[in-house]
Design a protein around this ligand. Structure first.
Ligand code: CUA
Length: 347
């Protein structure tokens, strides 16, 4: 029980630090986000107008025909009985049909705007292409190519993309796949949601001029820890992004001081699921740990990544994320500490 409270507190603390208002679609930070807000407001205005007209007629009728006429001795006369009216029936069929047709047209245009590949021109560099794999309950990012260069590294849970500028457009193309069940990728300030479906590859374009952290959330129920499958997109300046790319492309640091810790990690079943490039750990089932400490959070964005949380996580992940697929291994205290110190060295 104490574990449940501890993780609850950690979550509250993390939530207090993060700008959660950033999940609002009404503060768009990209052309696609802005198009979606315009459409949402237009549909809201049309719906509000229809609501006002219908309620207006209803209340007018109630007020206007409140008195039934007649007196206590003579009952009121029957109101006129109307059987069908072609003009009225045509009106209430054609008017809604026209409204729906109009909404279909503007929705189709917005969909087109949001999904269209950016035009190729001298000012648009070759997109950053990343395959996103949704997994229970975290995100895998396989970096494929950028600016015509091939990339070949994998990271988890924190997506870095370059910011565009008025002179130079740097679009990001995400190829969305799933390793298990349906998930949904949603960064409200950047784009609409797109599902990740097993056996299928969906596509999503991201482009923004605004640097900083953008938050999101898996938007399709995908199991017990669906609510803890958070999304973090870091939009870097082009220079910072190049530096980040160069760092991620390197194999893991080989710190001689951590030899015992590395040995401990490699001798445990950690290696069956996790990968650390430059070592014999080649699992491809769990997050790549090559540059673990370059990330800000642990467990798909739910707690800050620091020594205390990392130790708690390795000791028993289910204290923090009940039901997650990583087991508690029951390591000796000594071995656990060696592994924690080794992982902390993976900058
Ligand atoms: Cu993944 Cu909900």
């Amino acid at each position: 029980m104490s574990g449940v409270f501890a993780s609850g507190n950690a979550l509250l603390a993390a939530a207090a630090e993060e700008p959660w208002h950033e999940l609002s679609i009404f503060e768009p930070a990209s052309p696609g986000g802005a198009a979606i807000v315009r459409l949402a407001l237009l549909v809201l205005a049309v719906a509000a107008l229809i609501f006002l007209v219908v309620e207006g007629i209803l209340f007018y009728t109630i007020a206007r025909f409140r008195h039934r006429g007649g007196s206590s001795d003579t009952p009121p006369p029957e109101p006129p009985q109307v059987y069908g009216s072609n003009p009225i029936e045509i009106a209430w069929t054609v008017a809604p049909a026209l409204i729906v047709f109009f909404l279909v047209l503007v929705s189709a245009r917005t969909l087109w705007e949001v999904n269209a590949a950016p035009a190729t021109s001298r000012n648009v560099i070759e997109p950053l292409t990343v395959t996103v794999v949704g997994r229970q309950w975290w995100w895998e990012y396989r970096y494929q190519s950028y600016d015509g260069r091939k990339l070949a590294f994998i990271t988890a849970n924190e997506l870095h993309i370059p910011a565009s500028s008025p002179e130079r457009s740097r679009p990001t193309r995400l190829l969305l796949e799933s390793a298990d069940v349906v998930h949904s990728f949603w960064i409200p300030r950047l784009e609409g949601k797109v599902d990740l479906i097993p056996g299928r590859t969906n596509q999503l374009w991201l482009k923004t001029d605004v640097t900083g952290l953008f938050l999101g959330q898996c938007a399709e129920f995908c199991g017990t820890q669906h609510a803890h499958m958070l999304l973090r997109v870091v939009v870097d300046s082009p220079e910072d992004f190049d530096k980040w790319l160069a760092g991620q492309a390197l194999p893991a640091v080989d710190d001689p001081q951590q030899a015992a810790g590395r040995e401990a990690f490699l001798s445990e079943s950690c290696v069956n699921c996790h990968r650390i490039r430059g070592t014999t750990a080649r699992g491809n089932y769990a997050p790549d740990l090559t540059h673990l400490m370059s990330r800000q959070t642990l467990a798909s964005g739910i707690i800050p990544l620091d020594e205390t949380n990392l130790r708690r996580w390795i000791h028993n992940p289910h204290d923090i994320k009940p039901g997650c697929l990583m087991p508690a291994f029951g390591l000796s205290a000594e071995k656990e500490e060696l592994i924690v110190q080794y992982l902390l060295s993976l900058k």
